[in-house]
Design a protein around this ligand. Structure first.
Ligand code: MN
Length: 239
């Protein structure tokens, strides 16, 4: 049995399937997804349903998962009465227009009601971080890493939802000396050309969003031996 971590799938179903093949993922393994299953990529809802169908795949929420959770009920109402969606303002439009939500919304609205309600229920009990121990080593998995207060070294349970899903952290921003933090959220190429499509190793901190939906790669880490796996992206390369 092995424990894997992956992040920022963003609808990249083909790459995700290729990764499961590559790591030979089985019913005896566990996979933690460090947030952002939906939006931007081609198959967000199908991907989410694949994850929901596996009891050994665990979603830790990112900012994009929060958007879908927040608006799932409105989208169901919108299936019955399309005018309802026009009433939704600011943050909904921000998701639709600037954050790749349109493809998720479109596919959600095209799904059967039973599927929509399954998704609503699945997203109703969010996890924002996961602490675990594998092979004597302690890990903390959290979508963005910790917010501005990270230097205070507060226990992770003291941070608010938004501090765990929104900050853009530095390469070494981990206050915990004996805990390896694993984060996504910021595609690694944004930290510099030398990190294109690769995991960044900070101080006790792994940045694993390798920018699959931006045309780089999908990465996955096996916590038992810290081996890294990569799958090439099928998406266009975005500067
Ligand atoms: Mn994110």
């Amino acid at each position: 049995m092995s424990v894997y971590v992956i992040s920022d799938l963003h609808g990249c179903l083909e790459e995700f399937r290729a990764m499961l093949d590559k790591i030979q993922f089985s019913d005896y393994d566990e996979l933690y997804i460090a947030g952002d299953v939906c939006d931007r990529g081609r198959y967000p809802i199908e991907l989410l349903r694949l994850i929901m169908a596996h009891k050994n795949m665990h979603l830790i929420f990112g900012n994009h998962d929060v958007w879908l959770a927040r608006y799932a009920e409105d989208l169901i109402e919108g299936k019955r009465n399309p005018g309802h969606l026009r009433l939704l303002g600011g943050d909904f439009l921000n998701w639709v227009h600037w954050n790749g939500g349109l493809v998720t919304i479109d596919q959600f609205l095209d799904s059967e009601f039973t599927v929509c309600y399954d998704i609503l229920e699945y997203l109703a009990d969010p996890q924002y971080y996961k602490e675990l121990q594998v092979g004597g080593r302690k890990f903390l998995i959290v979508h963005s890493g910790l917010g501005e207060r990270w230097k205070l070294g507060l226990p992770v349970c003291e941070y608010s939802e938004s501090e765990l899903i929104w900050p853009h952290i530095g390469i070494n921003d981990n206050p915990y000396r004996d805990v390896t933090m694993i984060v996504g959220h910021m595609p690694t190429f944004l930290y510099g050309k030398q990190y294109e499509g690769k995991i960044i190793h900070g101080r006790n901190l792994l940045h694993i969003d390798c920018g699959c939906v931006f045309g780089r790669s999908l990465s996955c880490v096996r916590l038992d031996d810290m081996q890294e796996f990569y799958v090439s992206s099928t998406y266009p390369y975005l500067e």
